[in-house]
Design a protein around this ligand. Structure first.
Ligand SMILES: *C/C=C(C)/C=C/C=C(C)/C=C/C1=C(C)CCCC1(C)C
Length: 250
């Protein structure tokens, strides 16, 4: 007789634990952003919707990744990168939406999206097609980092930073600064996780096991995705009211 498989989260497995808590936290954050969307001014509603989509898409992926990890004990690499391919470009869209009132063009959004896609494609090749060698891991990790540095540059010194500064709304300027810090510190946790995979510097150098890849990714995801959303929410709540009453109520 076929036995019914019950999902058990092992108490002594921090990776499984973070998959589960990550899922719940992301789900709760989505509910929050979707509900709060109705309370913010019209021009920020789209930003709040995107915040809710980012955590919502992640929550669904976490639901599946958690099962995959608990059943197989392996890194759900493909699911992970599908999640990121959807959510990271949406985080780039947040940069665009926040700076749009200050004159951001669509081309800025596309540059950020292309850079982040480059970062993720290279990272996926590095992880999914690894032969366990340091050469493969370092090569694709380095290529991926180029995309990361571009987004980092934009947020701190590039168009995004300039638009935020020239904006006459201090809440937007502050919000972009916070997001730039998330990209500098929060996003930097991912390469640490990446280097725990076979052939990675932390794996070969310090003997950090490859299950730590997901530990770092899970912690970073919760901080960055919910954090981004909360910063955007803070901008929406704290920004100057438009002089003319907002007509868009959709
Ligand atoms: C919600 C998901 C987010 C914000 C994911 C961000 C992912 C990164 C910043 C990944 C960066 C990587 C490198 C910079 C080099 C090594 C490979 C990656 C893909 C882990």
């Amino acid at each position: 007789m076929e036995l019914l498989k019950v999902l058990v989260i092992p108490e002594d497995d921090p990776v499984a634990f973070t998959f589960f808590t990550g899922y719940m936290a992301m789900l709760a954050a989505s509910v929050f952003f979707f509900f709060e969307r109705s309370r913010v001014e019209g021009k920020w509603k789209l930003s709040l919707l995107v915040s809710g989509l980012i955590t919502g898409i992640a929550a669904v992926h976490y639901y599946y990744m958690r099962d995959y990890y608990v059943q197989t004990g392996e890194n759900p690499t493909a699911l992970r990168y599908i999640d990121w391919t959807l959510t990271v470009p949406l985080m780039c869209v947040e940069f665009y939406l926040l700076t749009r009132p200050a004159g951001a063009k669509k081309s800025l959004m596309w540059k950020l999206i292309i850079a982040s896609a480059w970062m993720l494609v290279a990272g996926y090749i590095g992880e999914a097609f690894t032969d366990g060698s340091a050469g493969h891991s370092v090569l694709w990790g380095a290529l991926s980092t180029i995309g990361y540095i571009y987004v980092l540059y934009e947020a701190w010194f590039g168009e995004v930073a300039k638009l935020a500064k020239n904006n006459n709304d201090p809440a937007v300027e502050k919000g972009i600064k916070y997001l730039a810090w998330f990209v500098l510190v929060g996003w930097a946790v991912y390469p640490i996780g990446y280097m725990c995979m076979p052939g990675g510097w932390l794996n070969t150098g310090l003997g950090w096991e490859s299950s730590n890849v997901d530990l770092f990714y899970n912690i970073a995801d919760a901080i960055n995705k919910i954090g981004f959303g909360l910063v955007v929410y803070g901008v929406a709540v704290g920004s100057k009211k438009t002089d003319t009453p907002a007509t868009a109520t959709a």
